[in-house]
Design a protein around this ligand. Structure first.
Ligand SMILES: *Cc1c(COP(=O)(O)O)cnc(C)c1O
Length: 374
């Protein structure tokens, strides 16, 4: 059988930039400076500049970034934060962790991102913030979301965990709201070699507060101004991220080229292909198609050694963890349809056209098959 094709391939990336990574790791170890210090500060500066933002605070994960950004804005008990159910659970967990309540609204049928009109309808006196997710690497409709939020005095926190380098009207994820939260989980478009994350913002009060909270509420060594957390960005991870950052634009370019190629090769098949909004440059963290025969197609691809995935099969409003919020099946129809039909195809910058052709051929074989009797 031909070599299998993974959903993403971190080995292939290391084969290209391994020496730069190894040098960065050796530099940190030779100085024994593992906590905060210049490695973290340098990466923060570089990543803020990359996003076109004033400030960046490195933290221990994307989840920590979301939680600390909410805390830095004073969101807490009794508050509601509007977000989507079609996302990774960390989006909502961060809201719950600060004592607030996530309010799930439906997604747009084209982008699968937060539907601005659904957001507007869900606003009440308790609403403190909205947390749009730039899912799969495409920014949500930030023009309309920001307009609605401004009208109601609501804070906007981007969950940009999948959207490093994506733009909306020419501005990068990171400067599209009050604050943006990034994950550098290894498989993300910019990935560390472990857990890492960052809060990016143009507002000095927010970044200052995140810096305090991530480091036990202290400015001086044993003077604690607030009760904080141990959620710092590790210096080793910062050095690795700093070595990778100069490559990010090339990787996003490669992802765009491969995504465009998927779209043209799959155009005639009976599949719902991803749509990109006119205002957006997609970062293509994932290339997601939809088909009512999703589970069968997934099985077919796996049988042929192709690592397709599902992001995400159970929307958050129907997760056992959120049962107490009282949502029911049918509450978020578009979200539920997407969850039942979405399928993520292999996509990573080093993917060859030959590999991509095999994925397409395998899908074409499947779509050509008659539907199995239920
Ligand atoms: C990965 C991810 C997170 C969480 O990031 P971690 O670094 O794994 O904590 C949050 N939101 C979304 C949309 C993600 O994809």
């Amino acid at each position: 059988m031909a070599q299998s094709i993974p959903l993403a391939d971190l080995q292939a990336q290391y084969q290209v930039i391994g020496e730069e990574i190894d040098a960065a790791i050796r530099r940190v170890i030779s100085k024994s400076s593992f906590i905060l210090g210049p490695e973290v500060a340098n990466f923060e500066q570089a990543f803020a500049a990359y996003c076109g933002a004033e400030h960046c605070a490195g933290v221990s994960s994307g989840t920590a970034a979301l939680e600390l950004a909410l805390r830095a804005m004073g969101v807490g008990t009794g508050d509601e934060v509007i977000t989507v159910a079609h996302t990774f659970i960390a989006t909502a967990e961060a809201i719950s962790a600060v004592g607030a309540t996530p309010v799930f609204v439906d997604v747009d049928p084209h982008s699968y991102n937060l539907a601005p009109e659904a957001f507007a309808e869900a606003i009440n006196a308790r609403t403190r913030a909205v947390m749009p997710v730039h899912l799969y690497g495409q920014p949500a409709d930030m023009t309309r979301i920001n307009r609605i939020a401004r009208e109601h005095g609501i804070r906007v926190i981007e969950d940009a965990a999948q959207a490093h380098g994506a733009t909306w009207q020419g501005r990068r994820a990171g400067v599209l709201g009050d604050a943006a939260c990034f994950s550098f989980y290894p498989g993300k478009n910019l990935g560390a070699y472990g857990d890492a994350g960052a809060v990016v913002t143009n507002q000095a009060e927010i970044v200052e507060q995140v810096r305090l909270l991530r480091n036990h509420g202290r400015r001086a060594k044993y003077l604690h101004e607030q009760i904080g957390f141990g959620e710092r960005l590790d210096a080793l991870q910062a050095a690795i991220l700093g070595a990778k950052l100069p490559h990010l634009d090339d990787w996003i370019e490669a992802r765009n080229r491969l995504a465009a190629r998927y779209t043209s090769l799959l155009a005639d098949l009976e599949l719902e292909l991803p749509q990109v909004a006119e205002e957006a440059r997609h970062a293509w963290h994932l290339y997601v198609v939809r088909t009512p025969r999703r589970d069968e197609m997934l099985e077919h691809l796996h049988q042929h050694g192709i690592g397709a995935g599902v992001h995400y099969p159970i929307p958050l409003h129907l997760q056992p963890a959120y049962a107490e919020l009282g949502y029911r099946k049918g509450d978020l129809p578009m979200t539920e349809t997407v969850a039942d039909t979405c399928l993520s195809l292999p996509l990573y910058p080093e993917m060859t056209e030959e590999q991509q052709d095999r994925v397409v051929q395998c899908i074409a074989e499947f779509v050509g098959q008659p539907e199995r009797a239920a």
